[in-house]
Design a binder for this molecule. Structure first.
Ligand SMILES: C[S@@+](CC[C@H](N)C(=O)[O-])C[C@H]1O[C@@H](n2cnc3c(N)ncnc32)[C@H](O)[C@@H]1O
Length: 369
């Protein structure tokens, strides 16, 4: 895990000397010891967030997320999935010089993008390059408490569009799909080594693929003849296993299998299951937990987690008085998930399947009233 502590002055000063490079910024960063953080300097111009950077990932449901998180000057925010920093930039503007943004991502590309944000952000910023479950454990161990923690799950456009990383079924590339390139498990290993039953389970459980058994069988037969090494070889194999009518209905025939492999490679559901309770514990009373999901496997987990925390007494209705003593810990900020508008989807088709849910951690006064 690499953790970086910066205030915006570190990077701005280096840039002022006209010699700023990501490498220089890295050398100037702290080691993760919060005592090394200096307070951020206020910028004199209005709108002091990091709004001028070139980005290639359009943040999804950004207005809706900001409205639910309601960031205020001086607050502490944790962005568990920094990516290109689209949401983080909007937050940074509102947290201001006395606020802190902690950004987490397991992808080194996100760390590079973070350097741009750090150069411009008004608030104190810190980057932790690791899986978010591990990073949240680290922050909990440090005793940090945050006013908001949020997740924007799945892949960034930078990841999908970097062909050689093998996330996309549209380009030929080595089978990789790792968000953290230092991780050992790749899609190549899964396709080459997992036994047929395990492959079928993964395709069904993580891709909700109806033809999971047939696809797993086709993979095992094909790799018996020659290794499947690239995304397009895998796409061919998947297509060969799906009956013709299904191949032309419901999107690209490899979409679900690629989702399944990506989730398996990156242990995405395991990460989310570990991270949600950690994120909740890190929240101060009155703080907000929010998550944007892109498929039902994630959204169900987020929904279940938040609804459970919002539930009070669980005694059978026939009991005249409550015997369980259970109090709700959360207030749901939206009963139904929030989805992107038609206008947002028209401008950014990748937003189409997004679902946003959020809840506020109740204060003692909320519970007593
Ligand atoms: C959809 S993108 C986030 C985009 C970002 N909100 C923005 O506006 O630019 C998801 C990011 O989360 C990261 N990610 C996914 N799962 C992760 C995990 N378990 N731990 C750390 N980062 C993760 C990915 O590497 C990717 O950069």
């Amino acid at each position: 895990m690499s953790t970086t502590l910066l205030d915006s002055r570190d990077v701005r000063d280096a840039r002022g000397a006209d010699s700023w490079t990501p490498e220089l910024a890295r050398r100037r960063r702290g080691s993760g010891d919060s005592s090394r953080r200096r307070p951020a300097r206020a910028l004199t111009q209005p709108g002091c967030g990091a709004g001028t950077s070139q980005t290639s990932h359009t943040p999804v449901l950004a207005d809706e997320l900001i409205e639910l998180l309601d960031p205020r000057p001086g607050q502490i925010a944790i962005d568990c999935t920094f990516g290109d920093g689209g949401h983080a930039r909007l937050l940074a503007e509102r947290l201001g010089p006395s606020g802190t943004l902690v950004a987490i991502d397991r992808d080194p590309l996100a760390e590079q993008r973070f350097a741009t944000l750090a150069a411009e952000a008004a608030c104190s910023v810190r980057f932790i390059r690791s899986s978010y479950a591990e990073a949240l454990e680290l922050l909990d161990g440090e005793g940090l408490r945050a006013d908001m923690v949020y997740f924007d799950l799945g892949m960034s456009s930078m990841q999908v569009d970097t062909r050689e990383r093998g996330f996309s079924y549209s380009y030929d590339a080595p089978l990789d799909m790792r968000m953290d390139p230092a991780q050992e498990l790749t899609a190549l290993e899964i396709v080459a080594e997992w036994e047929e039953r395990r492959l079928a389970h993964a395709l069904r459980d993580f891709g909700e693929e109806r033809h999971a058994n047939a696809i797993a069988g086709a993979i095992v037969r094909r790799r018996g003849q020659a290794p499947i090494q690239t995304t397009l070889e895998l796409v061919d194999t998947i297509k060969s296993a799906i009956p013709a009518p299904a191949r032309f209905a419901g999107g690209h025939p490899a979409k679900r299998s690629f989702q399944a492999l990506r989730i398996a490679v990156n242990d995405e559901l395991g990460q989310l299951d570990r991270a949600l309770p950690l994120a909740w514990d890190l929240l101060r009373e009155g703080g907000v937990l929010a998550a944007i999901s892109f498929h039902s496997l994630e959204d169900r987990r987020v929904k279940h987690f938040l609804v459970e925390r919002a539930r009070g007494c669980v005694c059978p209705p026939q009991l005249p008085v409550c015997a369980c003593g259970r109090e709700p810990q959360a207030a749901l900020l939206n009963r139904r998930s929030i989805t992107p508008s038609a206008v947002e989807i028209a401008g950014n088709p990748r937003a189409a399947s997004a679902r946003l849910r959020a809840a506020r951690k109740l204060t003692d006064e909320d519970v007593a009233s």
